[in-house]
Write a protein that binds this ligand. Sequence first.
Ligand code: NDP
Length: 331
Amino acid sequence: SNYYTISEYPTGTPSQDVFKLKQQDLPALADGEVRIRNRWLSVDPYMRGRMSGVTTYIEPFELEAPLEGAAVGEVIESGDDRFKVGDKVSHMGGWRDVAQLPADGVTALPDLDVPEQAYLGVLGMPGMTAWTGLNAIAEMQQGDNVLVSAASGAVGSLAVQLAKAKGGVVVGLAGSQKKRDWLESQGVIAVDYRDKDAATLSEDLAKACPDGFDVYYENVGGVCLEAALNNLRVGARIAVCGMISRYNDEGPAPGPANLAMILIRRARMQGFIVFEHWDNYPAFLKDVGPKVAAGEIDYQETVREGLEATPEAFLDLFKGANTGKMLVRLG
Ligand code: NDP
């Protein structure tokens, strides 16, 4: 098996040579294990946190061990009754071409007419995150005005479509014209946040949605959060899903200067971790799965080819190189 590992925890923006490609001979399959040839690997912003060497809501990656991440593949050998050769599965043994894992950590792909890699994006963890953040955390109501940051990414692109389906004004922040064109194609008002200070971005948001936002779906932090706080309606809810603008910071950064807007607008701000809501995954799949299968949800993918492309694909998330879900396809 070929796999990526790290030998040290990077500080700041990691360089590509932090990631080492290694090879190991897998031991004979034990009872209760399955061996999987991976077809698709996911790279996700949260992985940066696991590279920091600190336990947050999740353990850091183990140095020198294969990195972990979501992957989809095909069973090539099974020591467990629940799986047979040829089964399509998802699991957390990513960053490698062949994974050998306890069957308890392996899930058969649901039986829906969608491409298998959809279970890493729109129907996987990122999609479940968008659905959970909007419904369970922000408690979005019919007709609410919604602002989403990183709005054309894996999470954001589903969040804006789910929000749009409930009727209010939906505004999305995105860093390139191509992304904003896609947002506009979904009926979303697209706003560029790049190289803007909070005052300028606040004005742009006020122009885009003069009545203000009932919901802010937060993926970014920093200037985007500060501008959003200035444009809340009374009783607004902020679902804090992520703060990607901060993940490569080397030290503490100043908070929003206008946190008092939470008080002034009697708003609520709540963080969440999608894995703690996983009991609701079947409900998510029941709600969103058929819409994806019917082509009613427009999900984008940015696909890189080959295991060796994985580190750059991951690092490119922080440069905004992806539209929709960033994926690596293995031959
Ligand atoms: P995306 O597909 O959205 O990719 C990341 C995007 O973030 C980039 O394309 C870029 O878009 C934007 N971005 C990158 N750097 C910056 C920056 N410095 N400032 C502003 N925007 C930036 O990733 P995901 O959809 O997988 O994740 C989105 C967010 O959701 C992340 O914060 C992630 O950590 C969080 N998340 C949280 C989960 C939870 O359980 N709470 C679960 C899953 C994800 P652009 O070009 O528009 O700037």
